[in-house]
Design a protein around this ligand. Structure first.
Ligand SMILES: [Zn+2]
Length: 294
């Protein structure tokens, strides 16, 4: 039976910790196909997207969104993920065709550091009203997505948090599970609650294993909730969606200076534009271009 990709929002019974748990294999598979991602690029993107969904869990209002961009010194270039209050996500990696490098696979897990290197993470929160977006920047120190996002939460936002990402991907590039768990202490949470969060977290050996067992046994989710004294207070279906449209691409073409515009015209007089966030192709006929540029 196909399961809907979902983000669960939870809170501890003592109201000191809030948590986000998600499983998003179908959404990742859809973007993997759209962008024709290799196994390594899929693994990088899947973990980044999961982090984006978890961090977007505390968006409060209908038109709020959160974007995370990793500007990396490593061969992946940059990674971008965006999630919204409505549960839609989109994103991209600069290099969709990364190939495995030696020694990046340890105990069946792909180590991302050789692909990401160093650099910075830029997190942008936008609200639906016309207030300016809120940016924060944090270093990429370990090249591992979960560690560097935890560092961002601690250093930039002064939030005690624990984050695990789980992903199983075969050498043939098939994703079987993808998801994550993020716990955050509320401001003023007691040291005891924070320590309890870290202790229970370190008892989870691998979140990939947790997700794999969940497929056979729905009580696993219940176990996690009990382990952390959490109760679910909300959930959000997660799916791919991109806000690009023929109209939005038309207005970009309309605004291009003539010398830039003519470089896009192909031999048959058409222009093809690919959305970088979803790889949707938009083709404009010579007649429609004439209308756009008049
Ligand atoms: Zn798009």
């Amino acid at each position: 039976m196909k399961k809907q990709d979902t983000l669960y929002i939870a809170i501890s019974k003592d109201k000191q910790i809030h948590g986000y748990i998600c499983s998003i294999p179908d959404t990742v598979r859809e973007l993997q196909q759209r962008h024709s991602l290799s196994m390594v690029s899929s693994a990088v993107f899947a973990r980044a997207l999961t982090a984006g969904v978890l961090l977007g869990g505390n968006l409060k209002n209908k038109n709020d969104s959160l974007a995370i961009k990793w500007n990396c010194t490593g061969p992946v270039g940059s990674i971008y993920v965006e999630s919204t209050y409505a549960g839609t996500v989109r994103g991209m990696v600069d290099d969709p065709a990364l190939q495995p490098v030696e020694e990046s696979i340890t105990d069946g897990e792909l180590v991302l550091e050789p692909y990401l290197g160093f650099g910075e993470i830029v997190v942008t929160r936008k609200t639906g009203d016309n207030r300016p977006p809120y940016y924060s920047v944090s270093p990429i120190e370990s090249g591992e997505i979960a560690n560097d996002i935890s560092l961002y939460l601690r250093q930039s936002l002064q939030i005690d948090s624990a984050l695990r990402l789980g992903l199983a991907i075969t050498p043939a590039n098939e994703i079987s599970v993808c998801g994550g768990l993020l716990l955050q202490a509320y401001p003023g949470a007691s040291d005891k609650s924070i320590q309890k969060m870290y202790d229970a977290f370190s008892a989870i050996d691998s979140f990939t294993n947790v997700l794999e067992r969940k497929y056979d046994n729905n009580t696993i989710m219940q176990d996690i909730l009990e382990e952390f004294d959490l109760e679910i207070i909300g959930s959000r279906p997660i799916s791919f969606s991109c806000s690009c449209s023929s109209d939005s691409i038309s207005s970009i073409l309309k605004s291009l200076p003539q010398e830039d515009f003519i470089r896009f015209i192909r031999d048959d007089g058409t222009v093809s534009a690919l959305c970088e966030y979803c790889s949707e192709e938009y083709v404009f006929s010579p007649e429609s271009l004439e209308q756009i540029r008049q």
